[in-house]
Design a protein around this ligand. Structure first.
Ligand SMILES: Nc1nc2c(c(=O)[nH]1)N[C@H]1C(S)=C(S)[C@@H](COP(=O)(O)OP(=O)(O)OC[C@H]3O[C@@H](n4cnc5c(=O)[nH]c(N)nc54)[C@H](O)[C@@H]3O)O[C@H]1N2
Ligand SMILES: Nc1nc2c(c(=O)[nH]1)N[C@H]1C(S)=C(S)[C@@H](COP(=O)(O)OP(=O)(O)OC[C@H]3O[C@@H](n4cnc5c(=O)[nH]c(N)nc54)[C@H](O)[C@@H]3O)O[C@H]1N2
Ligand SMILES: [Mo]
Length: 777
């Protein structure tokens, strides 16, 4: 399918002048002030600070400007001169603020003072840090540890994350859900099961040695734009890039490097994908079965010539389960595959032929695979495909889940996990002289269930915007107020700060770009990227307010006020010198983090290692496992007349729930996020028209009414039977129970919904002026 003439779309390549204008539009002229450029110049480089946006690699051979449009936006967002002060909170009740948009809330700028919720006036009032820690500590001591949740969003450093997880365990639980439970948890569970390593096997250098790349449901141009540089180089090298995505994402079509004067002046764009297939949402299992079917057919033909396509030696030595898998593939007909995937046999065979011919294949994927009811099977299918030709554990090959938050992978590495089996509890026991809790903790969905049932009485949030990021937002907000204690550690105001327990604190912290001065001097922190490389990060900017504390200091402050004194857990000394925290990490995780302090500034980071890359399979069988999928569709529900598969999407003008502006430039959607995207035939079939205003209602079939109103029907190139609309605006439509069966990851890429035309709803002009003001820095 090509981009139809009559749909909303963007003709220019990703990157290019549009990306520079994108930065300027959000931040005004000031984005180019010496202070800002000086800071951006140090982004993602040794002795600089590591981007607060995505988790893409920070290469040793860096570019002069090792940042992208979105990294620049994220940095400038933190450097804003706007301040959200006690004065602001004095003027607005929380009830009033709950009527504000995500954009308006964060526009208020950086939080400056620790604040306590005052129920009588329905306002936040300033408080002292000691007072806050004292009350949090005494409340936590009174609560049953099983009823307390310690959430983290994937941004906090390795040092903070290690202390936070330790705090929870010393306190008495493994209730450590994190944003990854809504994101790549599917990966952690599936890759662990089938290759024995919960993270990807690809490293940065593989990008320059592979000869084919397969992309499933990852939007590079928007979500990890610095990846476009190696992709561009790969494309120029003749690497064949095959993309499966319901949406024709600009960055996977073509790219103009904004850092190349020649390309910028000539407007020359590099095509990225050699084949682009608009799979139906949830259709990837079928696609990959089709690809494998073609590989088996090619192998049959080769055998007749006395050759093989399959890597039979690798399969024999390293894998198990081929027989059952092959039987499943051969038993699946092309008719079924075409129906479920929405892609023709000829197109799948053409993609399969690239796989057959390539010697070294890397497969990349993102939320398009993980956020489905059968997300596990999606990920297992990627591995099945790769195993057929030994495409794991050789240079230029491998599986690459492209991670989201800048340290989401690293948090897991240092103990943030609700699964006790993933944490070296015996070492913690010895190191800190206690008996760590062995019972499984709650993940994100289970935490929500506990809040709904009243079993969870307290929520501590280390960053993030939990209430806005989870499913079933309306129900969750109502239940939230039943909790006894809620604490949010944050840089900017968001909706999660406006729904509170009986006692509630909002604690403002330093950002990663800011100088973090403690007893022993300025402190560095560290993070791990999507390729398992670990780097130091040093902030130098003057903090947004004198009253901020670092995340380390806040976690240590809460821990000290809650726990009995333990000389083996020196919270004050740790706060005074983060090198001591790194020493503690190195003692717990000896293999990965030995000589941590010495290796902090190695250019390009130090590699934590991955057994599967060495073809050592830490699985139950001791081999890499083929998995025969039991379903063909990943959606978990059947097709019925009037029921659609809703994809919740991110624009390049947002970072998760942080909305920078209303310009989804790469998709040609400007001035509003209240759109419902569908293809023109589907609009006609549904009896709707372009510009009509409609509501969406949940079709989860559980009797609960969930609704989002005021969406403008907008023609857009999408497969039949599906709809697109923005995250987080659509989250009230998602049932909490609609998640990947194995990992609990909410299934945000196929939400069952119905359309309800709004009575007498006005036709709207889609392209209202953007209306957002420049954001000073
Ligand atoms: N600018 C920006 N950067 C970000 C973020 C952001 O919000 N904004 N968020 C960060 C975070 S936390 C994360 S996890 C990552 C997310 O980055 P991605 O993994 O790229 O996530 P999404 O953009 O949600 O969805 C990815 C793609 O999946 C496609 N898709 C939807 N359903 C299907 C399907 O069934 N099959 C296939 N094959 N494709 C499908 C969508 O069209 C979309 O292009 O980005 C990180 N970086
Ligand atoms: N429908 C739908 N829902 C989804 C998704 C989807 O694709 N569709 N994606 C899911 C995914 S992949 C993810 S990762 C989650 C994201 O869920 P979260 O990680 O919980 O949400 P964010 O929007 O990233 O959090 C933004 C807030 O973090 C705070 N913050 C920013 N920087 C810092 C800092 O340095 N320190 C601290 N303490 N706070 C800081 C700010 O206050 C800001 O408002 O959402 C999930 N929800
Ligand atoms: Mo994420």
């Amino acid at each position: 399918m090509s981009v139809e003439e009559n749909t909303v779309h963007y003709d220019s390549p990703a990157g290019g002048w549009g990306s520079v204008r994108g930065i300027a539009e959000v931040f005004g002229k000031e984005w180019a002030t010496p202070l800002a450029t000086e800071t951006l110049f140090r982004q993602n480089k040794p002795k600089g600070f590591m981007c607060v946006s995505c988790s893409w690699a920070k290469p040793a051979n860096y570019h002069p400007f090792e940042f992208c449009e979105n990294g620049a936006k994220a940095t400038l967002w933190e450097l804003t001169t706007r301040r959200c002060t006690p004065d602001f909170f004095g003027k607005h009740t929380l009830t009033e603020l709950r009527g504000w948009s995500d954009y308006e809330l964060e526009q208020q700028g950086r939080l400056t003072h620790p604040m306590r919720f005052d129920r009588a006036s329905d306002r936040y009032v300033p408080c002292g840090w000691d007072e806050a820690f004292r009350e949090i500590g005494s409340e936590l001591r009174r609560l049953d540890p099983k009823s307390v949740v310690f959430y983290s969003s994937g941004r906090a450093s390795l040092e903070t994350s290690y202390l936070y997880a330790l705090f929870a365990r010393l306190y008495g639980n493994n209730n450590l859900p994190d944003s990854s439970n809504m994101c790549h948890e599917t990966t952690s569970v599936a890759l662990k099961k089938v290759i024995g390593a919960s993270v990807g096997t690809v490293v940065f250098d593989d990008l320059s040695t592979c000869d084919a790349m397969f992309f499933f449901g990852q939007n590079t141009g928007t979500n990890s734009p610095r990846f476009l540089h190696p992709l561009q180089e790969a494309s120029k090298r003749g690497v064949r890039i095959i993309t499966f995505n319901p949406v024709r994402e600009r960055g996977l079509e073509s790219f103009t490097n904004p850092q190349s004067p020649v390309e910028m002046l000539t407007g020359k764009a590099t095509p990225i994908s050699t084949q682009y297939h608009q799979v139906r949402p949830g259709g990837d299992i079928a696609v990959m079965l089709g690809l494998c079917k073609h590989v088996f057919a090619a192998d049959d033909a080769a055998k007749a010539r006395g050759e093989r396509v399959l890597d039979v030696d690798f399969i024999a030595q390293h894998t198990t389960g081929l027989e059952a898998f092959e039987a499943r593939v051969r038993a699946t007909s092309w008719e079924e595959i075409e129906r479920e995937s929405g892609i023709s046999r000829a197109d799948i065979e053409a993609a399969g032929q690239v796989y057959v011919e390539a010697e070294r294949v890397c497969a990349f994927y993102g939320m398009g695979l993980t956020q489905h009811v059968h997300g596990f099977e999606n990920v297992a299918m990627v591995v099945n495909l790769l195993l057929l030709k030994g495409n794991i554990g050789r240079d230029g090959t491998g599986v690459s889940p492209v991670r989201g938050h800048s340290n989401v992978q690293g948090q897991r590495t240092v103990g943030i996990s609700e699964k006790p089996e993933l944490v070296p509890l015996d070492r913690l026991a010895e190191q800190f002289g206690f008996d760590p809790p062995r019972e499984k903790g709650v993940n994100t969905v289970e935490a929500c269930e506990g809040i709904l049932s009243g079993e969870i009485r307290s929520f501590i949030g280390l960053g993030g915007n939990f209430v806005r990021a989870i499913p079933d937002q309306d129900r969750m907000e109502k239940a939230w107020t039943g909790m006894r204690l809620t604490v949010q550690v944050a840089t900017k105001l968001n909706r999660s700060h406006l729904v509170n327990g009986e006692i509630a604190y909002l604690l403002p912290c330093l950002g990663r770009t800011e100088e973090d001065r403690q007893a022993s001097g300025p402190q560095a922190v560290s993070i791990e990227d999507t390729f398992s490389c670990i780097y130091g990060s040093l902030g130098r900017r003057t903090p947004a307010s004198d009253f901020l504390k670092s995340e380390v200091a806040i976690v240590a402050g809460m821990a000290k006020a809650t726990l009995a004194p333990n000389p083996k857990a020196p919270w004050d000394a740790w706060t005074g010198d983060y090198g001591l925290i790194r020493d503690a990490i190195a003692r717990t995780y000896r293999e990965e983090f030995h000589d941590f302090n010495d290796r902090l500034w190695i250019p390009g980071g130090f590699y934590r290692g991955n057994s599967a890359r060495e073809r050592i399979w830490k699985t139950e069988s001791g081999k890499a496992e083929f998995t025969a999928p039991e379903v063909l569709s990943a959606t978990g529900f059947s097709d019925e007349p009037g029921r659609y598969r809703l994809i919740t999407m991110r624009s390049n003008d947002q970072f998760n729930t942080t909305i920078y502006g209303y310009s989804d430039r790469l998709r040609g959607i400007e001035g509003t996020r209240d759109v419902l995207l569908m293809n023109p035939d589907e609009i006609r079939r549904a009896g709707l028209s372009d510009g009509q205003v409609v509501s969406l209602v949940s079709d989860a079939g559980d009797g609960i009414t969930r609704e989002v109103t005021g969406l403008t029907v907008t023609p857009f190139s999408l497969p039949d039977g599906c709809l697109g609309a923005y995250y987080p605006e659509m989250n009230p439509l998602m049932a909490l129970s609609h998640h990947d069966i194995q990992s609990g990851t909410p299934a945000a890429k196929s939400v069952p919904v119905r359309i309800r035309p709004e009575a007498g709803g006005p036709k709207r002009d889609r392209r209202e002026p953007t209306g957002h003001s420049a954001h000073p820095i």
